[in-house]
Each structure stands twice: as structure tokens, then as C-alpha cells.
Write a protein that binds this ligand. Structure first.
Ligand code: IMP
Ligand code: MG
Length: 174
């Protein structure tokens, strides 16, 4: 089946500049603290790897595998942990790195789960935010871009597990 190429919404150049700015801000805010970047798989693996290299601090990286039940384009808010952290986070300053906050259901669930493990702090860095679809408001401490209510792909984000490797953020053309 032939499909039209995705329409570019956020260019690789714009992403690069924004990620570097976020990295500089996080570097300043977490200086002298023990920082753990918590990459929420799979969607945030691209963002987290660029962000980590834009932060000039000693840090640890942990991966949390989650799958939200639902169809391809809608999250149900029921989150299954598919891979847990490899080390405790008690006493650490945890920065949850998310690909996109859509309804907010996934992130609010994750934040509660992580807070129960006694980190010194748990903040959120989201690459994208779709405020129009918010069901559960969550505080985003660091944000890349706000997007309209469209289904976006690329830079880690998938549609049915495809397009994660696009270097830009796009919209599927129908
Ligand atoms: P939430 O629980 O509705 O906030 O959704 C969180 C998850 O749904 C994200 O981490 C993504 O995996 C997925 N998601 C939501 N919106 C999009 C989108 O526009 N494109 C790709 N994935 C999305
Ligand atoms: Mg997904």
C-alpha cells in the first residue's frame, strides 16, 4: 500500500535548537544534584538521547518500559509496565522524559508510581504537549513544543510502531 510521505510539522533544525535550550536550562537547574533521566520507552528514546547529550552534568539514565492499552491513536490510561528500572531512585532527583503528553493519563499514573519509590524530586520533561486533549492535568516542568490536536509521528513517536526514526515531527496525510 502506497502512502503519501508525512507532512513536516516541526523540522529537525527547530528540534535541535529547542533540545539544546532545554538541556541548558536543566543543566543550570540541577547543578550539584544527583540527576536521573528517566526515559519512558519506547516513544522518548530519541528525545532522551539528544537531551542527555545537551545536559552538561553527571547523570544516570534509566529506562521504564510502558505500554498504554488502547487502540493505535488513543490511550486508555491503563498503563502496563513492560520493563522496570534497574536501580532504586530513592534520594535521587528524577526527571521523567516523555515523548508526548496527550490526555495526561499515562504521565499522572507514572508520576504516582515513581513518587512511591522516594525520590528527592520527580519532575517532568515532555517533548510535546497536546493541551486540547487533556483529561488529567499534569504539571510539565520542561516542554519542547505545544501541538494542535493532530496525531503526530517521528522523533520517537509512532503510528502502529512505524515512523519512530523520522528525524522530524510530522503528520500523516490521509
Ligand atoms: P496520554 O496518556 O494520553 O497522555 O498518552 C501518552 C502516550 O500516548 C504517549 O506517550 C504516546 O505514546 C501516545 N500518543 C499520544 N498522542 C500521540 C500522537 O499524536 N502520536 C503518537 N503517539 C501519541
Ligand atoms: Mg505510542
Amino acid at each position: 500500500m502506497d502512502v503519501a510521505p508525512p507532512q513536516e510539522l516541526i523540522s529537525a533544525t527547530a528540534i535541535d535548537a529547542r533540545v539544546k535550550a532545554l538541556g541548558a536550562q536543566i543543566t543550570a537547574d540541577y547543578a550539584g544534584k544527583s540527576l536521573v533521566l528517566l526515559c519512558v520507552l519506547k516513544g522518548s528514546f530519541v528525545f532522551a538521547s539528544d537531551l542527555a547529550r545537551a545536559i552538561d552534568l553527571p547523570l544516570r539514565i534509566e529506562f521504564l518500559g510502558v505500554r498504554s492499552y488502547g487502540d493505535d491513536t488513543r490511550s486508555s490510561g491503563v498503563v502496563q509496565i513492560t520493563q522496570d528500572l534497574t536501580r532504586p531512585i530513592a534520594g535521587d532527583h528524577v526527571l521523567i522524559v516523555e515523548d508526548i503528553v496527550d490526555t495526561g493519563l499515562t504521565l499522572s499514573y507514572l508520576r504516582e508510581l515513581l513518587l512511591a519509590r522516594g525520590p528527592a524530586s520527580a519532575k517532568v520533561c515532555a517533548f510535546l504537549h497536546k493541551p486540547s486533549r487533556s483529561i488529567k492535568p499534569v504539571e510539565i516542568d520542561y516542554l519542547g513544543f505545544t501541538v494542535e490536536d493532530v496525531f503526530v509521528i517521528g522523533y520517537g513517536l509512532d503510528y502502529a510502531e512505524r515512523y519512530r526514526n523520522l528525524p522530524y515531527v510530522g503528520v500523516l496525510q490521509t
